[in-house]
Structures are given as C-alpha cells and as structure tokens.
Design a protein around this ligand. Structure first.
Ligand SMILES: [Zn+2]
Length: 61
C-alpha cells in the first residue's frame, strides 16, 4: 500500500508531495530532492499502530 505526504521544503518554503511506501517500515528516513529548488530534503516518516502517518522534514545539516 502506498501513500504520500505533502511537506514544506525547509529551503525554499514551497510545498511538494512525495510517495511513501508503507511496506518499507514504520520508521523511515530518506532523502528526496525538492521539486522546486532541487536541494536534498531529509524525510523522517513515522507510522503508528493505527496507520496514522506523520512526517518531519529537515534540511541539510
Ligand atoms: Zn525547495
């Protein structure tokens, strides 16, 4: 089952969506380039027991 989240880019403040593969685990960290500014945005996705998905994004450290 796939899903997606919409986040706000920490670099350029534009919102964009990325697909999340729920089967990849309940706790995922990955890098996806922003669609607008093409900078690498780190995603931290957590899926709780009820299937609720939350996502935090951070910029480059
Ligand atoms: Zn951006």
């Amino acid at each position: 089952m796939e899903d997606y989240v919409t986040v706000v880019c920490p670099f350029c403040a534009q919102s964009f969506s990325v697909d999340i593969d729920r089967t990849a685990g309940a706790d995922q960290v990955f890098i996806e380039d922003c669609e607008t500014c093409c900078r690498p945005v780190q995603f931290h996705v957590a899926i709780d027991a009820s299937g609720e998905m939350s996502c935090e994004v951070t910029g480059e450290v």
